[in-house]
Unconditional design. Structure first.
Length: 447
């Protein structure tokens, strides 16, 4: 199997493939020569220059390597080609199995407008907003007047928190629309936008992990709390959520399964929702492996990558008949090469030292080591720390110990910022929401 990705996710996928007895093939750009994910695989092939378009997004070169290496399947990880329906279709044409959902499902969920329609058809509550694209500021202002400000202007092709901006009043609509279209054109090549109600006070961001196979079996693996974000980008994730009651968990799980069944979904996917005043609303579906999937694995004992491989191979889910019985609590923190004191600007450079403490209940997913170069070409994530505990308090204590004991030299990191988050009374009490960091950043940094 070829792993069409880099960094920690490539290492993580290679680990499961090794456990399954499946030989793995790594690919790399010139900037990643000598990277850790090459050692994790059985073979490695050069893609080309550092720019993603010439390397990790270069489909022609990826399939050339696939043919030369004689691979049977390709796992795209997350990002890059993971939600590219054309790439999934090309895999079929090349006689290579795509480890992910069918291309039609990727395409259907790739447009957030189409995804909203599908969710509504499946009986899943959606965030109030438009189900058709909007063309100009006047039209958006009129819709926003009906919904009530603030509203989120969102790119139809966006996702993962990118391609959306908030307008708080009519006077902000034109500039906000222009910014969203600029972002969307650059990132997605599609400037189509729609509008959703932006909840105030800020809601929570809760997502449900689903798995579906070719035999019609669909299950959910519970929720992940993803409310700690900065500029709509996730920072810390955990499961279970302190804000989700048993009743809400059941309703969200049933809705997620209903949507996956409606789509004929096969593989791992995530239903993302906003939760406000005890009610939930569909946001989008990510048709890929999520960055934060390890917290679900640690609590459920399910290897999500292994299930993705089994499903793609035409095998049924290996979930026990009695179902999933979650155990304990898990929290994930993302370690980035960025400088919190300079508005979280990326901090490229060579990591000269990387020491992470070995703790009994700590999982570390990383593609970095001493000598790794953090470049401007890719996401500056260094590692993910995943702390497990019998309860939330124990998981928090393990995370604090891990952040206290980690040493990274050569680049600046967000570790001091994360330490302040986990030391704060608000996090311990679960008093968080999607705007928490943005609203209290100066207060957090002053701790």
């Amino acid at each position: 199997m070829l792993i069409a990705n880099r960094g920690e996710i490539a290492v993580r996928i290679a680990r499961t493939l090794r456990e399954m007895g499946i030989p793995s093939v790594a690919v790399y750009s010139d900037a990643d020569a000598g990277a850790a994910h090459l050692d994790a695989a059985d073979e490695a092939f050069l893609l080309g220059p550092p720019m993603p378009a010439q390397s990790y997004l270069n489909q022609d070169r990826i399939f050339e390597i696939a043919r030369d290496a004689g691979v049977d399947a390709i796992h795209p990880g997350y990002g890059f080609l993971s939600e590219n329906a054309a790439f999934a279709r090309r895999c079929e044409a090349e006689g290579v199995v795509f480890i992910g959902p069918p291309p039609d499902a990727i395409e259907a969920m790739g447009s957030k407008i189409a995804a909203r329609r599908a969710a509504k058809a499946a009986g899943v509550p959606i965030v109030p907003g438009t189900e058709d694209p909007l063309s100009d500021a006047a039209e958006i202002t009129a819709v926003a007047g009906e919904l009530g400000f603030p509203v989120a202007i969102k790119a139809a092709a966006g996702g993962g928190g990118y391609g959306m901006r908030v307008a708080n009043a009519p006077a902000e609509v034109a500039a906000t629309l222009e910014g969203v279209r600029r972002d969307a054109g650059r990132a997605f090549g599609d400037t189509t936008v729609y509008v959703e109600k932006f909840f105030s006070p800020a809601p929570r961001h809760i997502e449900i992990q689903v798995l579906g196979d070719r035999f019609g079996n669909v299950v959910h693996l519970g929720e992940r709390e993803c409310s700690l974000q900065r500029r709509f980008q996730k920072i810390v994730e955990e499961t279970p959520s302190v804000a989700v009651s048993d009743d809400l968990r059941q309703r969200m799980g049933e809705a997620a399964v209903a949507l996956a069944r409606h789509m004929g979904y096969q593989s791992a996917g995530t239903i993302e929702c906003l939760v406000s005043d005890g009610e939930f609303y569909f946001l989008e579906m990510n048709t890929r492996l999520q960055v934060e999937h390890p917290v679900t694995e640690e609590v459920t004992g399910v290897d999500i990558v292994q299930e993705m491989v089994r499903i793609a191979a035409g095998l049924p889910l290996s979930i026990p008949e009695q179902g999933i019985k979650p155990r304990g609590h898990a929290i994930e923190a993302r370690i980035y090469a960025e400088d919190p004191a300079r508005n979280f600007m990326p901090s490229p450079g060579q990591i000269t030292r990387l020491d992470i403490p070995e703790l009994p209940s700590l999982r570390v997913d990383t593609g970095a080591r001493a000598g790794t170069n953090v470049t401007v070409y890719y996401d500056p994530m260094i590692a993910k720390l995943i702390a497990w505990g019998e309860d939330r308090a124990a998981a928090i204590e393990t995370m604090r110990d891990a952040l206290q004991g980690i040493t990274i030299e050569g680049v600046r990191t967000n570790i001091p910022f994360l330490q302040r988050i986990f030391a704060g009374d608000d996090f311990v009490a679960g008093r968080i929401h999607t705007r928490y960091v943005d609203e209290r950043l100066s207060e957090i940094m002053a701790q």
